[in-house]
Design a protein around this ligand. Structure first.
Ligand SMILES: NC(=O)c1ccc[n+]([C@@H]2O[C@H](COP(=O)([O-])OP(=O)(O)OC[C@H]3O[C@@H](n4cnc5c(N)ncnc54)[C@H](OP(=O)(O)O)[C@@H]3O)[C@@H](O)[C@H]2O)c1
Length: 189
């Protein structure tokens, strides 16, 4: 069974973007970025891969799920992750490129994708609203915690949902002050 991983950058106080959806306060240079480029090239959008000359094979994910607001982030390409199977969750998006599929029921889609065979996982890119819907299906959380306090913005999980418990954390600390923390779903949740 394939796993769903919410791999996301967050502030110390749990915001993934500022109130307008921008993430200019996050750090995009330094040793944590080197780790992302070397170990998670699959999570870099096409324009960054092109700029940096990254053409590495996917290491963790072969599929991405994005909420419509994440997909339509200003400056984003119509096919932002062409090296992955791309799904956008939306009830009102009608036109997308051939390699970007629109999904209306994300829970059903994730359960279907998880049943597929394959070595690589499914990346829940965000945003907070989609993550709240998919929380019952999230197997792994990888939080890229940036050393900033935003005070307000788009929450890591936005909406009403029952408590979910994670355990078995591991942590990597970078010179930039960014910390990657990985949690697995607790057995009892
Ligand atoms: N820090 C990071 O690593 C990171 C990663 C990703 C995103 N972000 C940020 O997150 C922000 C967007 O997050 P967000 O929480 O506002 O929005 P979002 O989750 O990206 O998108 C919300 C939209 O997705 C669709 N959707 C979500 N859940 C649905 C469901 N259960 N059923 C049907 N449709 C559903 C709806 O689209 P329709 O209205 O079309 O139905 C909804 O309006 C962006 O500004 C982006 O910058 C940050």
């Amino acid at each position: 069974m394939r796993t769903l991983t919410y791999f996301v950058a967050t502030s110390l106080d749990g915001f993934i973007a500022d109130p307008k959806g921008g993430f200019g306060d996050f750090l995009f240079e330094g040793d944590h970025m080197t780790a992302i480029v070397e170990e998670y090239p699959d999570t870099l959008p096409a324009q960054i891969r092109d700029t940096m000359g990254v053409d590495a094979p996917n290491q963790h994910f072969d599929t991405i799920l994005m909420g419509r607001a994440t997909y339509q982030v200003p400056g984003g390409l119509p096919s932002p992750y062409p090296h992955l199977r791309q799904y956008v969750v939306s009830t009102r998006l009608s036109t997308t490129p051939d390699d970007v599929q629109v999904v209306a029921d994300p829970l059903a889609k994730v359960r279907e994708l998880k049943e597929e065979s394959g070595d690589l996982g499914i990346w829940l890119c965000g945003g907070g609203r989609l993550a709240a819907t998919l929380l019952p299906e999230i197997d792994e959380l990888i939080l890229k915690i940036h050393p900033i306090v935003l005070g307000k913005g788009i929450p890591l999980f936005a909406g009403d949902f029952p408590t979910a418990r994670f355990g078995k954390a591991s942590t990597r600390i970078f010179d930039t002050g960014v910390v990657f923390t990985t949690y697995s779903r607790a057995e009892t949740s």
